[in-house]
Design a protein around this ligand. Structure first.
Ligand SMILES: Cc1cc2nc3c(=O)[nH]c(=O)nc-3n(C[C@H](O)[C@H](O)[C@H](O)COP(=O)(O)OP(=O)(O)OC[C@H]3O[C@@H](n4cnc5c(N)ncnc54)[C@H](O)[C@@H]3O)c2cc1C
Length: 267
């Protein structure tokens, strides 16, 4: 029978090169190339592995401006079967509440589904709210920090990594899991899948015409959160000290001494 899976993927500015506006404290997104949120590639990889093991389908959804098409084409190149871009000016300015509401309503239209797979967080806003909020809108179980998953007897067994232990949760389907970052190695894109994207153009675009959501619940109007103030974190100047010797034990002692001089407390 297999698993019908939906993976949520966000198109994010590459924060490794993004700058903060010193006046407003917000991200300067203009002119910054965007990428698929790296943690979401772990979610896609897990979905594809589950499909290989148990059969089923993998559908990707993303709420983003039209340029996110490139990101969805990329993950279809990894082997995702179907991709839906949710894009409309009326969704702009959404906080996490309005974003999760819009995603949940789009997911409802994709029923029946067994497993929703999200990244744990994004590299641009990184609230880690969306998975929990979508599960809450859909009234389905949710678990985060998942590193691997099995499917047996109609249940999802989600392996979860904590600091000092691994936990395994048994969840009834449908449920939502948020995948821990770097929990797997996302596969490269394959030429045959890339060709399918180019030749068949299988990407679907949904606007609010398809979703018919009330303007009061989406975009800026549906967003109760206001960013009151944002300041760039202070940069700490480096001391640029270097151990010049060769002996490893001596180097460790030198390092510990320096840290103690700087006020490190060993408890
Ligand atoms: C008042 C306010 C206004 C804002 N206005 C804007 C704006 O105009 N433009 C803008 O880009 N952002 C805006 N944001 C940020 C926006 O709310 C967040 O980018 C969005 O809600 C996702 O939150 P996150 O990135 O923290 O996701 P997280 O909760 O950290 O993400 C967890 C996982 O959820 C999934 N996910 C998250 N977002 C999406 C998505 N869009 N599509 C598919 N899957 C997703 C991914 O799997 C991701 O790994 C605004 C925020 C606030 C508070």
């Amino acid at each position: 029978m297999g698993l019908n899976m939906i993976v949520a993927v966000k198109w994010v500015p590459n924060t490794q090169i993004v700058n903060i506006d010193p006046t407003t404290g917000t991200l300067i997104r203009e002119g910054i190339p965007s990428i698929v949120n790296p943690h979401d590639l772990n979610a896609v990889e897990l979905a594809l592995r589950l499909k290989e093991k148990y059969g089923g389908t993998v559908t990707a959804i993303s709420m983003a401006p039209p340029a996110a098409r490139a990101g969805l084409e990329f993950i279809m190149g990894m082997g995702v079967d179907r991709a839906i871009l949710i894009t409309d000016k009326v969704f702009a300015g959404a906080d996490t509440l309005a974003t999760s509401y819009t995603l949940a309503k789009a997911i409802e239209k994709l029923k029946p589904y067994d497993l929703l797979i999200f990244g744990h967080e994004t590299i641009d806003s990184s609230t880690a709210h969306i998975g929990a909020q979508v599960a809450s809108w859909l009234k389905i179980p949710y678990i985060y920090y998942v590193i691997d998953t099995e499917y047996r007897d109609g249940y999802i067994f989600a392996k979860r990594r904590l600091e000092k232990k691994i936990e395994i949760y048994k969840l009834p389907i449908p449920c939502l899991i948020a995948v821990a970052m770097r929990s797997n190695e996302p596969r490269p894109i394959k030429l045959e899948y890339k060709l399918r994207v180019k030749l068949e153009n299988p990407l679907e675009v949904w606007t609010n015409n398809e979703l018919q959501l009330s303007r009061a619940c989406i975009g800026l109007r549906g967003s109760p959160t206001r960013v009151e103030k944002a300041v760039p974190t202070p940069t700490i100047p480096r001391k640029k000290m270097k151990y010049e010797g060769q002996d490893v034990k001596e180097a460790v002692k030198w390092l510990v001494d320096k840290l103690l001089e700087e006020g490190l407390k060993i408890i």
